[in-house]
Design a protein around this ligand. Structure first.
Ligand code: ADP
Length: 454
């Protein structure tokens, strides 16, 4: 392995800026790529070099493997960081990068491929003695006759899940047998168009659940964990607020999950940053494996703040051979951190995306000792409809949970975000809600309390 001199970031927005920051810290030259819509974007300004890669639609720019590889060769990049989303969990892209002699900053294409299929991942978890949610065989057009037998084995209510699904897309909640067939067919067709693979499976639905995930970092021969994150504040299966550590979690459950996550990573000789996601049944205090994400996660800053780590730099250091192992006993969790995702959307209109020009974008009380504002935008930038409407992540650290909540509220309630509609006051309302304050949020929190939150 040789040191990385020039790194291309195959992404945009805040995560591109985050990777650029890691490059600056490590003395690596950064190359941004951008589409038409992003000509004025912050990641373009912050990178040492930037290259236009095409039209605004991501299929013709940020998702165009050929174009990105061509640019990487043209500029002489010796590594590619994919960020999250876009091509980050595309095993073919990872393989193509490696084949062209460029360092891929991420786990092996094999790990990406096997964990990218939720059902294969479940099988790997079972083999590693990690508990999984009761589930079914996979269904395609050949074996629909087995649907009802499998469903009664799993039990209702259940979720129909796309095997290749992600980002909360390709999941349908089914309450009764009469609705099953139609839900399966609809999910198969959605999965085909969104992920290019129509296979689905059934999973028992856990009605009172928390989402708790473990940050791991693998070195093939051994993996370590960086403790847990609670991501139960969700809307439509998508995370909105995350925190570390998870409040009101028994030590037995916490250590059970940590051990299971490391065991799973070791069982596949995992390399790099990854997240093992669990669903915790609040009624029985039982946890089950959900899936593994083979990339850096949106919510990684809360782990960095509570463990004093720099996971993005570590990804790069691992790829260039500077980091070969870590001792679990050197990793400690301290204090409390909470992240909320600021979206250009209108909570009063079913959270419809709200593109437009950011006329004001200013955060008071953002003392950098305790607050991280991660964004890819600045005042007068246009939020276009082409990409995810997340415009910033606001992360607060405190000695304890109360302290982190009050620091975060001070920033949210004094922020100026104008020109577009945003979920700023929705986020404050979540943090001020008694259930949140008591650390008793389940994944139903937003749906059940929507009247008080919007
Ligand atoms: P994705 O890959 O699309 O993010 P996940 O499998 O990670 O999908 O699940 C996303 C969210 O959906 C979870 O955080 C949880 O809120 C909900 N969920 C997933 N599986 C179950 C389940 N079996 N029971 C209850 N809720 C679930």
């Amino acid at each position: 392995m040789k040191p990385i001199k020039k790194l291309l970031i195959a992404n945009r927005g805040e995560i591109a800026c985050r990777v650029i920051r890691a490059c600056k810290k490590l003395g690596i030259s950064s190359v941004a790529v951008y589409s038409d819509a992003d000509a004025e974007a912050l990641h373009v300004k912050q990178a040492d070099e930037s290259v236009h890669i095409g039209p605004s639609k991501s299929a013709h720019s940020y998702l165009d493997i050929g174009k990105i590889l061509t640019v990487a060769k043209q500029v002489g990049a010796d590594a590619i960081h994919p960020g999250y989303g876009f091509l980050s969990e595309n095993a073919d892209f990872a393989a193509a990068v490696i084949k062209s002699g460029i360092v891929w900053i991420g786990p092996s294409p094999a790990s990406i491929r096997e964990m990218g299929d939720k059902q294969k991942a479940r099988d790997i978890a079972i083999a590693a003695h990690v508990p999984v949610v009761p589930g079914s065989i996979r269904f395609n057009s050949d074996n629909m006759d087995k649907l009802h037998t499998e469903a009664s084995r799993v039990g209702f209510p259940l979720l129909v899940k796309a095997a290749a699904g992600g980002g909360g897309i390709g999941m349908k909640h089914v309450l009764k047998p009469e609705d099953l067939q139609a839900a399966v067919i609809a999910t198969q067709s959605l999965a085909k168009s969104a992920f290019g693979n129509s296979d689905v499976f059934l999973e028992k639905y856990i009605p009172n659940a928390r989402h708790v995930e473990i940050q791991i970092f693998g070195f093939a021969d051994s993996a370590v964990h960086f403790y847990e994150r609670d991501c139960s504040t969700q809307r439509r299966f998508q995370k909105i607020i995350e925190e570390a550590p998870a409040p009101n979690l028994s030590q037995e459950v916490r250590y059970g999950m940590l051990k299971a996550a490391v065991g799973l990573a070791n069982s596949v000789r995992y390399q790099g940053a990854g997240t093992v996601e669990f669903i915790l049944d609040v009624d029985t205090d039982t946890y089950y494996f959900l899936e593994m994400n083979t990339r850096i996660q949106v919510e990684h800053p809360i782990t960095e703040m509570t463990t004093g780590s720099d996971l993005v730099s570590m990804q790069i250091q691992l790829a260039q051979g500077d980091l070969v192992s870590m001792d679990q006993t050197s990793i400690h969790q301290m204090g409390h951190a909470i992240e909320c995702r600021l979206y250009a959307e209108n909570p009063a209109k079913q959270f419809m995306p709200s593109p437009g020009v950011l006329e004001q974008f200013d955060f008071a009380y953002a003392n950098p000792a305790f607050i991280r504002i991660e964004t890819g935008y600045e005042m007068q930038n246009e939020i276009t409809p082409f990409y995810d409407p997340m415009i910033a992540k606001i992360i607060a650290y405190g000695d304890n949970r109360e302290n982190a909540v009050s620091r975060l509220l001070a920033v949210l309630e004094n922020a100026k975000v104008e020109g577009i509609k945003s979920n700023l006051s929705f986020l404050s309302a979540c943090l001020r809600n008694p259930l949140f304050q008591q650390g008793e949020v389940t994944t139903n929190f937003v749906t059940e309390n929507i009247k008080n939150l919007t």
